[in-house]
Design a protein around this ligand. Structure first.
Ligand SMILES: *[C@@H]1O[C@H](CO)[C@@H](O)[C@H](O)[C@H]1NC(C)=O
Length: 416
């Protein structure tokens, strides 16, 4: 029977390699909290009781997500990344949480999170081991999908360490099928494109977009401006290969938000929030919500940036301009007025020469062609809107900062 199922699956894959994910989830880019960037694989709870990957950490961060307004702003998933499990599967071959760090087990933790009004996510790996050396799912794909469904998981990140590149595309689709068979809708985040890009394999984005709700395109982000800008440069350079596959239900993922950690200044944090919003990237923060400073919290909670990120068209904005170490990123959003899109436009400075650099361009150079002009909203500095006339747009950008604007076409239509 197992052999027959496997055979059937491979025949299905051969005949029709495109699975329809169709789980009704992630209609806008997923928003939440993920442990990795800040808490990594800290498992020593004796030395680091407040930082180790444990049920206490998840409960505390989940409570803060609710108390401090993150859930209300849209951050609804709390996702445990690697290093939650025991080094051994149980006697039935099932994954089990580390008994010391998760004494009540994952189902109880998922309940706790659900009772707060949040959704619960977990991490697995397609290969023999996770990146941190915990049990991988390769010979247990169906069992693990069932286990996670039983535990009340709402979001699965499936990493790709210790796996064979040539198996991944079909294997991730096989797992999508097992997720579907559980009957429990779970957001599915896939890592195989990142491994393909580094391994020199071409990524088939058609298959990806029908298999996964989101996918990590490229390198892991690290807690620094240089890591962030390496990633934004790569996305800008490669955007034409994959921007069109961004749409409700499936998203390109440039990795977690660094905002509120050690590596980014306030200006650099605004740059990340703006570019991620323009790219319609998942907003997965990863920080200690217990110690976040107010200036970073307010960037994470910026309602207008979030609204741009969550725009229901789901278009991935693009880098449309590069000159003198200034980039302009632009994304069409709703409303459309008299046939003209509203735009979110981010003027991003990669400069470090210590003064606010002024850029001025013709509106039409940036594709802003509404004949009646535009209403300007300045996302991070609401009082500074003197940035546009009928022909030109300008911005003065702090070193490594971003001026982030929403430009709504001025319409003459008064009917409704
Ligand atoms: C499974 O797939 C079918 C068909 O694509 C879809 O209608 C259904 O909602 C999916 N179920 C889950 C739990 O994802």
């Amino acid at each position: 029977m197992i052999l027959f199922d496997t055979l059937f699956l491979y025949l299905t894959l051969l005949i029709n390699p495109v699975f329809n994910l169709d789980n009704g989830l992630a209609l806008t880019p997923p928003m939440g909290f993920m442990t990795w960037q800040r808490f990594r694989c800290i498992v020593d709870c004796k030395s680091y009781p407040d930082e180790c990957i444990s049920e206490n950490l998840i409960k505390r961060q989940a409570e803060l997500m609710v108390q401090d307004g993150y859930l209300d702003a849209g951050y609804e998933y709390i996702i445990i990344d690697d290093c939650w499990s025991s080094k051994e599967r149980d006697e039935n071959g099932r994954l089990q949480a580390d008994p010391e760090r998760f004494p009540n087990g994952i189902p109880a933790l998922a309940d706790y999170v659900h009772n707060l009004g949040l959704k619960f996510g977990i991490y697995g790996d397609y290969g023999t081991l996770t990146c941190g050396g915990y049990p991988g799912s390769i010979n247990y794909l169906e069992v693990d999908a069932e286990t996670w469904a039983e535990w009340g998981v709402d979001y699965v990140k499936l990493d790709g360490c210790y796996s064979e590149l040539e198996d991944m595309e079909a294997g991730y689709a096989e797992f999508a099928n097992y997720l579907n068979k559980t009957g429990r809708p779970m957001v599915y985040s896939c890592s195989w494109p990142a491994y393909f890009e580094f391994g020199g394999y071409p990524v088939n984005f058609e298959i990806l977009a029908t298999t996964c709700n989101l996918w990590r395109n490229w390198a892991d982000i690290q807690d620094s401006w240089s890591s962030l800008t390496t990633i934004t440069k790569w996305f800008g350079d490669n955007q034409d290969r994959f921007s069109k596959f961004s749409a409700p239900g499936h998203w390109n993922d440039p990795d977690m938000l660094l905002i509120g950690n050690y590596g980014l200044t306030e200006d650099q944090s605004k740059s990340q929030m703006a570019i991620w919003s323009v790219m319609a990237a998942p907003l997965l923060m990863s920080l200690d919500l217990n110690t976040v400073k107010p200036e970073f919290k307010s960037i994470l909670l910026n309602k207008d940036a979030i609204a741009i990120n969550q725009d229901s068209l789901g278009i991935m904005g693009k880098r449309i301009y590069q000159k003198n170490d200034i980039e302009i990123w632009s994304k069409p959003i709703l409303p459309i007025i008299n046939g003209y899109y509203t735009y979110a436009v981010a003027f991003v400075s990669y400069r470090d020469d210590g003064h606010a650099y002024r850029v001025e361009e013709k509106l039409e150079t940036l594709g802003l062609t509404s004949p009646n002009g535009y209403l300007v909203e300045n996302i991070f500095e609401p009082n500074n809107v003197d940035l546009i006339d009928f022909e030109n747009i300008w911005a003065r950008i702090n070193p490594s900062g971003t001026v982030f604007l929403r430009l709504t076409p001025i319409g003459s239509v008064l009917s409704n």
